[in-house]
Design a protein around this ligand. Sequence first.
Ligand code: SF4
Length: 439
Amino acid sequence: MNEYDSAKMLSVLSEAGAIAVTSAQEADLIIFNTCSVREKAQEKVFHELGRVRELKTHNPDLLIGVGGCVASQEGEAIVRRAPFVDLVFGPQTLHRLPALLAARRGSGRPQIDVSFPEIEKFDRLAQVSTPLTAQDSPRGTAFVSIMEGCSKFCSYCIVPYTRGDEISRPWPEILDEVRRLLAQGVKEIHLLGQNVNAWRGAIDDTDEDQTADLAFLVSQLAGLPGVERIRLTTSHPCEMSPRLIAMFAQIPQLVSHLHLPLQSGSDRILAAMKRGYTVLEYQSVVRKLRQARPDISISSDFIVGFPGESEEDFERTLRAIETIGFDASFSFIFSPRPGTPAADLPDTTPAGVKSQRLQRLQRLIETQSHAISQAMVDTVVPVLVEGHAQKNPQELAGRSANNRIVNFAGHPRLIGHVVDVRITDARPHSLRGQLAQTL
Ligand code: SF4
């Protein structure tokens, strides 16, 4: 979501006449787009702010802004702690950036707007071009945000407080944006939302009873000429309806990968997290997904060391991972977010124990993930070529359907296209391959 929001900020500012520069020293405006999901990320913002502060002494016109979830959570407190900050705005008010800049320049005072003006953000953003497109970056893939916020209120999570309730973007606007992207040569539509599968919309403006869901949206998008891949991030297990699961059998463009956070393998901890499902219910969703799409890979988020997590709870998480089988996943030690219910729970697990648990869990996931990569060796997979390889710019890099980076030799004209690649080697963080077709 943050990458998407950064792109939208760039778009809004470009429309207002701003030009991107390559170094902070050249800039008249520096914006930090922040994340408050973990404490470390939050502290990093203030550290980075301290680093750019002195640039103001060389360039008195320089303005510094803080956007994103830390801004939303801290609001005025950011300016109290860092009085040289000129703008503070939340994820729902980033479209107001030009007006905030004008107000700052006109008044000489810091501007703070961390309100939740509901659908206004989508209304405004629908009129601006999306910078992450084939034109600006010939990656062939583009994010399309279809819903914002979250109404689930997991006990540890700050997102419902910083981004507000779930709001779905109207279907006609999504369709417009996707059509624009396809016209620019985009091949992969990456649908984004905190709970992307909680999207709901009216099919027809004249009949509000006819509510559409993500299954409808995916099937409609797949019917558009030029849509070669559709990705979803992030899906909530409670929102995996039978209709949506059936899409994995019916819509070949839906990639064989789903990020479906489990968080813990202990029902007791899941209840304390207020996740709304049991391990058995989660397994049932995965089983149905695999019936619909046998080769689907599932990745997850895991929180280790949630308050009250016993050794037995943690062992249950390891067993769940072994039973379900996950692809590359994100895992973190619990980080109390002020204002969330879990921040007040007694937490007696020593930090060292939490670190050891995290290492054990990550080792297990890595083993499973590597086994999936290894099984891809000697198979031919479609790869969306995103650009030049990081380590060797003479080579190309792209993504397989299950989200692996594949490096291979090929002509730059292939960038932005889906090509067949034979996988020759599985490395820890990428695959190597050879073009399987003459192009
Ligand atoms: S589903 Fe839970 S973890 Fe995910 S954004 Fe919502 S509250 Fe946070």
